[in-house]
Design a protein around this ligand. Structure first.
Ligand code: NAD
Ligand code: UDX
Length: 459
C-alpha cells in the first residue's frame, strides 16, 4: 500500500500531474521536490510570486491540495527517504555536446536523480519513470539503484501524455494511463492509485520497454500528422485548394480522425522535436537507417514550415524589412501556455530581425524577459540586427505596422477588430495568418492584403 510519494522535478509535468493525483487520492501524501528554489517558491506562491507555469484550472486544483496532501520543497533527500514511491519527472533535453550531440537524449538529470534515490531511499521503494526516456533506460537506472545499501527497488515506466494548455483536463480525464513493469504487484500498486479517478478500462499495463517506446511513438505520430498537414497546406496554396476543406474531408474518415490536422507555423513545444530526435537516434543505434531517415523527414518538414513564413513575408514586403514594423501576435508555442520552448515564433522572429525588421510582439502570457533571452541573439550566435519590443496590447503592436503576423492560436486573436487595426497600420498593409484563426475577409474589406496558411491563391 503506497501512502508516501515523492516526485523529483517540479516542472510542467511534475507540478500539475501531482496536483491532480493529490486531488483525487486523499489517502496519499505527495512531496514535489526540485533543486530550483525559485521554482519551488513560485509553486508555494511565496513573496507574491505567481505560479511558475500558466495552465488553465491549475490554481483551483492547487488551492484544494497544497499544504494538505501536496507539498513543494527543495528537500530532495528527505522526501526520497520518506517515500514508498518516487516519480522521476526531471527534464530530458537533447544532448548538445559529445557523443550523440544533436539527437541523443541528455540523461544527466535522470542519472543525478537516480544517484540521489540510491543514496537516500530506505527499504522497499518503487521508482517510476515519468520523464520521456529512450527505450531501455530502466536498465541503466537499475545499475545505479543496485548500488544502494539501504533500499531495494522495483522500476516502472509510466510516461505522461498530457499536453500543455489542456494539462488539467488531460490529467483528470486521460484517454489512457500507461503503466509498464516487470512485477505484477508493483504495476498494480501504481495502477491502483490511478484507479482513484481513472476508469480501469483506460489503465493499460505493458512490459517496461513497450511503455518507454509507446511514449516516443505517440509523439512521433502526432508530430508526423502536423508535418503531413503542413505539407498539404503548401500544395493547397500552390494549387487553389483550401486546406480547411481538405482537413474536413479527410478528418471525417474514421480511419484518419479529425484531431491534430490543423496547419500552422510548424510544431513547437518541449517534446516533439526532442522525442523525434530521440527516436531517430535509437533507430540509428540499432542500424535501422531507413527508419531513422523516415522520421527525420518529419523534422525537416517542420523546419520548412517555419522558414517559409519569414521568406514569404520578405517577398511580400518588397524584398526587404529594413525600416518596416511588423506586429507579431503570439510568442508561446501554442495557446493557453506561457511556455516558449521550441516555439516556431523564435526562429521566425529571428529571421525577420535578421532582415532588419522592427518587431512589436504581443502575447498574453509570455513575459518580455523570455522574449529578450530568446531574441537578443540570431541563429548564428550574432547579436540580432533589427529591434523588438513587447507590446502591451494588440492595438499598440499594430500602431504604424506594415504587417501583422499571427503565430499563436490564442483565442483572443479570433476576434480582432480589423477596422480599428487597419486604421492604425501603414498602408499598403499585410496580414499573414499562420493559424487560420481570424476573419481575413474583414481585414481585406479594410484594404489589407492577406495570406492565410493553406488557402490557395489560384481560382
Ligand atoms: P521542466 O524542465 O519543466 O521540469 C523539470 C524540473 O526538474 C526542473 O524544474 C529541474 O530543476 C528539475 N530537476 C532536474 N534535475 C533534478 C534533480 N536531480 N533533483 C531535483 N530536481 C531536478 O520539464 P517538463 O516539461 O516538466 O518535462 C519533464 C519530463 O516530462 C521530460 O522528460 C519531458 O519530455 C516529459 N514530458 C513533458 C511534457 C510537457 O508537456 N512539458 C509532457 C509529457 C512528458
Ligand atoms: C505534446 C503531446 O501532444 C503530448 O501528448 C505530450 O505529452 C507532450 O507533447 P504539447 O507539446 O504540450 O504536447 O502540445 P501539443 O498540443 O501537442 O502541440 C504541439 C505543437 O503542435 C504546438 O506548437 C501546436 O501548435 C502544434 N499543433 C498541434 C499544430 O500545429 N496542429 C495541430 O493540429 C495540433
Amino acid at each position: 500500500m503506497v501512502s508516501k510519494i515523492c516526485c523529483i522535478g517540479a516542472g510542467y509535468v511534475g507540478g500539475p500531474s501531482m496536483a491532480v493525483m493529490a486531488d483525487s487520492s486523499p489517502g496519499v501524501d505527495i512531496e514535489v521536490v526540485d533543486v530550483d528554489q525559485q521554482r519551488i517558491d513560485a509553486w508555494n506562491n511565496l513573496n507574491g510570486a505567481s505560479l511558475p507555469i500558466y495552465e488553465p484550472g491549475l490554481q483551483q486544483v492547487l488551492d484544494r491540495v497544497r499544504g494538505h496532501n501536496l507539498h513543494f520543497s527543495t528537500d530532495v533527500a528527505g522526501a526520497i527517504r520518506r517515500a514508498d514511491m518516487v516519480f522521476l519527472s526531471v527534464n530530458t533535453p537533447t544532448k548538445h555536446r559529445g557523443h550523440g550531440a544533436g539527437s541523443a537524449a541528455d540523461l544527466t538529470f535522470i542519472e543525478k536523480a537516480a544517484r540521489q534515490i540510491a543514496d537516500s531511499a530506505q527499504g522497499a521503494t518503487i521508482v517510476v519513470e515519468r520523464s520521456t526516456l529512450p527505450v531501455r533506460t530502466a536498465d541503466g537506472l537499475r545499475r545505479i539503484l543496485d548500488c544502494s545499501t539501504n533500499a531495494r527497488f522495483e522500476i516502472l515506466s509510466n510516461p505522461e501524455f498530457m499536453a500543455e494548455g489542456t494539462a488539467i483536463d488531460d490529467l483528470q480525464n486521460p484517454d489512457r494511463v500507461l503503466v509498464g513493469g516487470q512485477c505484477d504487484a508493483t504495476v498494480n500498486a501504481l495502477a491502483g492509485i490511478y484507479a482513484n479517478w481513472v476508469p480501469s478500462s483506460r489503465i493499460i499495463t505493458t512490459n517496461l520497454w513497450s511503455a518507454e517506446l509507446a511514449k516516443l511513438t505517440a509523439n512521433a505520430f502526432l508530430a508526423q500528422r502536423i508535418s503531413s498537414i503542413n505539407a498539404i497546406a503548401g500544395i493547397c496554396e500552390a494549387t487553389g485548394a483550401d486546406v480547411e476543406e481538405v482537413r474536413r474531408a479527410i478528418g471525417a474518415d474514421r480511419r484518419i480522425g479529425a484531431e491534430f490536422l490543423k496547419p500552422g507555423p510548424g510544431f513547437g513545444g518541449s517534446c516533439f522535436k526532442k522525442d523525434l530526435l530521440n527516436l531517430i537516434y535509437l533507430a540509428e543505434h540499432y542500424g535501422l537507417d531507413e527508419v531513422a531517415r523516415y522520421w527525420r523527414m518529419v523534422l525537416d518538414l517542420n523546419g520548412w514550415s517555419q522558414k517559409r513564413i519569414s521568406q514569404m513575408i520578405v517577398k511580400a514586403l518588397f524584398g526587404t524589412l529594413r525600416d518596416k514594423r511588423i506586429a507579431v501576435l503570439g510568442f508561446a508555442f501554442k495557446a493557453d501556455t506561457n511556455d516558449t520552448r521550441e516555439s516556431p515564433a523564435i526562429g521566425i522572429c529571428r529571421d525577420l530581425l535578421h532582415d532588419g525588421a522592427s518587431l512589436s510582439i504581443h502575447d498574453p502570457r509570455v513575459d518580455d524577459g523570455a522574449m529578450r533571452s530568446l531574441l537578443s541573439m540570431s541563429d548564428d550566435g550574432l547579436p540580432a540586427v533589427g529591434g523588438f519590443e513587447k507590446a502591451a496590447s494588440v492595438e499598440t503592436a499594430c500602431d504604424g505596422a506594415d504587417a501583422v503576423l499571427i503565430l499563436t492560436d490564442w483565442h483572443q486573436y479570433k476576434q480582432l477588430d480589423w477596422a480599428d487595426l487597419a486604421s492604425r497600420m501603414r498602408q499598403p498593409g499585410w496580414v499573414f495568418d499562420a493559424r487560420r484563426g481570424t476573419n481575413l475577409a474583414e481585414a481585406e474589406s479594410h484594404g489589407l492584403d492577406t495570406w492565410q496558411i493553406g488557402r490557395g491563391g489560384m481560382n
